[in-house]
Write a protein that binds this ligand. Structure first.
Ligand SMILES: Cc1cc2nc3c(=O)[nH]c(=O)nc-3n(C[C@H](O)[C@H](O)[C@H](O)COP(=O)(O)OP(=O)(O)OC[C@H]3O[C@@H](n4cnc5c(N)ncnc54)[C@H](O)[C@@H]3O)c2cc1C
Length: 426
């Protein structure tokens, strides 16, 4: 009799370790196959370092096929064109099809640059750090910028759900410009949809408001909150500041010689607009066991899952999905597939906590939010040089486990050992 086939879609931060952990959990009872659209794994959290040449792209990338072969997990880098959920069929970009018994969607975000005129690296005027190739192109633009410095605008646009990397990049740029002794030639502005600095899509964690405001003040970075980017022209960003109730309170025309704005995210085309599977933005609807209610053989993890916002804000602000949450989603899915392969009902639930390190190049802010949405049992933030060192450790640790083909949760260790917080994933 054929073994059931478990397909993992997307070999990013979550999907790669999910394939490893599911293969281990399946204990030979299922065939596990990865459908990726690239042979290469990229460690996305290090992209801001690539954009200032603190890392070469190759240093944060892993060639996956030999690792998957060694682990006896099927692998294709052809990419999925379209999911046909009713037929349990995945149509691939080369015209072939895979029929699955279980599907784990880990496709990350589609980057919605096209929603704002002039935004983004494909024909727009702002660079991106969302993908390693984008960060590499941003490094070329940064090389040109330092020859002829001018104003910088960094931030996250309306509907973005990822704010930490925007703060990181602004402060990494500040560190790099000070090292080059040209910071005095560069007025910097942080532009964000958040209602206040340090909201982070989480309504703040500990005193991230105070910590990040004082950091921006100390480093002479001005800010605009409740910001809606109306359009971007070459060298000029047009920003509307929105009041409670939705009216435009002020407008800002911000000149720039270099700009990085995180876009809003939405679901990738291969899984978008499938009734019952996705919300209107194309994110996968899941229950507390990471399973889609309409198609219970489909699980999802990472940035592609649907999470409601923390609460109303003048400008739409999404909730981030970060490494700790993603690791716990992976572990829950592996445990649930293990149960299902034994003919049992799934019971494992992911913890919806955030444990984050925001690196500023020579320091940083760490925070722990348990649960992610307030009010919380643990609401902790701290800053210091140790955060930068911890982030380097995080990169090394994560890349090592991807290369070794293992999934040993990193964030739990970080939370337990560095911060002394017990039973965070309970
Ligand atoms: C710049 C940046 C920095 C971040 N830094 C941190 C951090 O420091 N700490 C933290 O906790 N979180 C961080 N995050 C948030 C989050 O951890 C990352 O976005 C993470 O990469 C999300 O993992 P994922 O597996 O959901 O998606 P991804 O890592 O984006 O992986 C999705 C994968 O699916 C593939 N895919 C997409 N469509 C298809 C298709 N049709 N067929 C096959 N494959 C497909 C993609 O190519 C990609 O490889 C950061 C995010 C960004 C953008």
């Amino acid at each position: 009799m054929n073994k059931p086939k478990i397909v993992v879609l997307g070999a990013g931060l979550g999907g790669t370790i999910a394939a490893y952990e599911i293969q281990t959990a399946a204990k030979g009872r299922a065939e596990v196959v990865m459908v990726s659209n690239s042979d290469t794994y990229s460690f996305v959290p290090s992209n801001p370092w690539v954009a200032v040449r603190w890392r070469e792209p190759e240093a944060i990338q892993v060639h996956l096929p030999p690792i998957f072969a060694r682990k006896k997990i099927g692998f294709t880098a052809v990419g999925a064109k379209r999911l046909h959920a009713v037929e349990k069929r995945l149509e691939l970009n080369d015209g072939s099809n895979i029929i699955y018994d279980y599907l784990v969607i880990a496709t990350g975000p589609d980057l919605a640059f096209d929603e704002i005129e002039g935004l983004g690296p494909h024909g727009g005027h702002t660079v991106s750090i969302c993908q390693t190739a984008h960060a590499s192109a941003a490094a070329d633009a940064f090389d040109r910028f330092v020859e002829n410095p001018g104003p910088i605008v960094v931030g996250a646009v309306q509907g973005a759900s990822c704010y930490g990397p925007a703060y990181e990049f602004a402060l990494i740029l500040d560190t790099e410009l000070r090292r080059r002794k040209i910071r005095d030639k560069v007025p910097m502005t942080f532009v964000t949809a958040e209602p206040y600095i340090g909201h982070l899509g989480l309504d703040g964690v500990g005193d991230t408001k105070g910590l990040l405001e004082s950091t921006l003040r100390e480093r002479h970075i001005k800010w605009v909150t409740n910001a809606r980017v109306a359009r971007v022209e070459a060298g000029m960003m047009h920003v509307e500041e929105i009041a409670e109730g939705g009216a435009v309170a002020r407008t800002h025309d911000l000149p720039f010689a270099f700009s990085m704005m995180l876009p809003a995210f939405r679901g990738v085309p291969a899984v978008r607009d499938i009734p019952g599977l996705t919300n209107p933005r194309g994110f996968i609807l899941i229950d507390k066991h990471q399973r889609n209610p309409a198609f219970p053989e489909i699980f999802a993890l990472g940035v592609c899952v649907a999470i409601p916002p923390t609460g109303p804000t003048p400008v739409p602000v999404g909730v981030p999905k970060t490494g700790f949450m993603i690791e716990s989603m992976v572990t829950a899915i592996a445990a649930n597939l293990d149960a299902i392969l034994d003919g049992k009902e799934p019971t494992a639930e992911a913890s919806w906590n955030a444990v984050c390190l925001a690196d500023f190049g020579d320091g940083g802010v760490a925070f722990v939010a348990q649960p992610q949405i307030p009010p919380r049992n643990v609401n902790w933030a701290a800053s210091g040089k140790w955060v930068h060192l911890a982030k380097i450790g995080f990169e090394k640790y994560f890349l090592r486990k991807v290369r070794k083909g293992e999934n040993e949760p990193f964030y739990e260790k970080l939370a337990l050992h560095v911060m002394g917080i017990k039973k965070l994933r309970m």
